[in-house]
Write a protein that binds this ligand. Structure first.
Ligand code: NAD
Ligand code: MG
Length: 395
């Protein structure tokens, strides 16, 4: 064991892209980490296979019927994992007293309550679930401070910026001499396309990201540039930055993961292969460094780094997100909810790719913005935005 003893980890969203990468890193360091809970929504076979390999104390599925099946499977295999189901079990997995670290890797608004529970229990929270922070920004960050939670960004851009800032960067960016945060974007699979070409795009095309292998929802978000919009909002909250202090830079190679520009002209960047195990390992081990299983970055094979401006006329989601952040209050929660409904519909073949931005804009136009300092108000507006977005689908 390390001098400080093993850390006990819960992985929310264990069967997803980030969850699987997290288990890969953890399995490389059995002397440092032990698993408490693994959670998943509906993929019960995948969660069973993870339980057989990683032997967590607890496993959680959304539905009790799936949980009963898993209990039976694990019982017959002689694995002593306790299996629960539903939201209460998810929250318990995040806030249990034996847990030190929570990887928040559920996709979308479904992750808000368990992630917030981990924050309020004062855990080290590794934040991949950007939607939770986008929805509840001010409240979320207040709870981080109040409960002395250590919040470490896992989103590669925010993890990069975190690495480019001084170790203690509490307080405003100006105080540490940072003038701009440069958020890099791959541009997605349709970089350089014209607006007329977007109508025929299929879910399979949208999910085939050039540099990263990710879950389906974030893959579509990367293709519309909504992902960069959500990340702009995420960066404002994490680093106490104004939207004007964040410049989005399209960088197709995805080797520079983001940068911080300082008042003396220095620009500090974090580079690496596009592999989420790097930010995950950083979050797990901070302030130490551990092997993540990631290949050494061979600059000769990268050869060149290109940069261009994002095309907000073809990809309006980035502008919509910036406007929502400016509007403040519940506007980012409305944006996020409308986008989740629209992306779901696109993935099901019920909405065209180019209509995703239209649905989001219609919801932002139709819904008033309210203060977002209470969870109930945020959840209420999230539900309202979903209803308005649904009506837009049948137009
Ligand atoms: P994914 O779809 O691969 O996995 C999502 C996980 O969440 C699964 O384990 C699923 O079972 C669980 N889940 C989904 N809906 C749920 C619900 N209603 N209740 C409980 N659990 C539920 O997604 P992913 O690509 O791993 O992304 C996870 C989060 O991390 C997202 O917020 C995404 O934006 C963020 N992120 C992902 C990447 C990446 O490379 N994949 C990079 C940066 C940030
Ligand atoms: Mg990212």
């Amino acid at each position: 064991p390390t001098p400080r003893g093993r850390q006990t980890v819960t992985v929310l969203g264990a069967t997803g892209s980030i969850g699987t990468s997290t288990l890969d890193v953890i399995a490389r360091h059995p002397e440092r980490y032990r698993l408490h809970a693994l959670t998943a929504s509906t993929r019960r076979e995948a969660l069973r296979d993870q339980c057989l390999v990683h032997r967590p104390a607890v496993a959680v599925l959304a539905d009790e019927r799936d949980a009963a099946w898993l209990r039976d499977e694990l019982g017959r295999a002689g694995v002593a994992t306790e299996v629960g189901s539903g939201e209460a079990a998810l929250v318990e997995a995040a806030e249990a007293s034996e847990v030190d670290v929570v990887m928040a890797a559920i996709v979308g608004a479904a992750g808000l309550l368990p992630t917030l529970a981990a924050v309020c229990a004062g855990k080290r929270v590794l934040l991949a679930n950007k939607e939770a922070l986008v929805m509840s920004g001010a409240l979320f960050m207040e709870e981080v401070v109040r409960h002395k939670s250590l919040l470490l960004p896992i989103d590669s851009e925010h993890n990069a910026i975190y690495q480019c800032l001084p170790a203690e960067h509490r307080g405003r960016l100006n105080d540490i001499g940072v003038t701009q945060l440069l958020l890099t974007a791959s541009g997605g699979p349709f970089r350089g396309w014209r607006a007329e070409q977007l109508a025929e795009i299929t879910p399979a095309q949208a999910c085939a990201h050039p540099n990263w292998s990710m879950g389906r929802k974030i893959s579509v978000d990367s293709a519309t540039l909504m992902n960069k919009g959500l990340e702009l909002i995420e960066a404002c909250w994490l680093f106490d930055a104004r939207p004007e202090q964040i410049q989005v830079v399209v960088h197709p190679q995805s080797v520079i993961h983001s940068m911080a520009a300082y008042s003396d002209g220095s620009v500090i960047a974090q580079l690496g292969n596009p592999d989420m195990r790097t930010p995950i390992a950083y979050g797990l081990a901070w302030p130490e460094r551990i092997d993540a299983g990631v290949e050494y970055l061979d600059l000769f094979s990268v050869a060149r780094l290109d940069f261009e401006a994002p095309d907000e006329a073809v990809f309006p989601c980035l502008r919509l997100a910036r406007e929502a952040m400016h509007a403040g209050g519940t506007a980012p929660a409305l944006l996020n909810a409308a986008n989740e409904v629209a992306v779901d519909a696109f993935l099901d073949g019920r909405l065209g790719f180019g209509d995703i931005a239209r649905v989001v804009e219609a919801v932002l136009d139709a819904c008033d913005v309210h203060p977002a300092n209470e969870l109930d108000a945020i959840l209420h507006e999230d539900a309202r935005a979903r209803r308005v977005a649904m009506r837009q689908l049948t137009r």
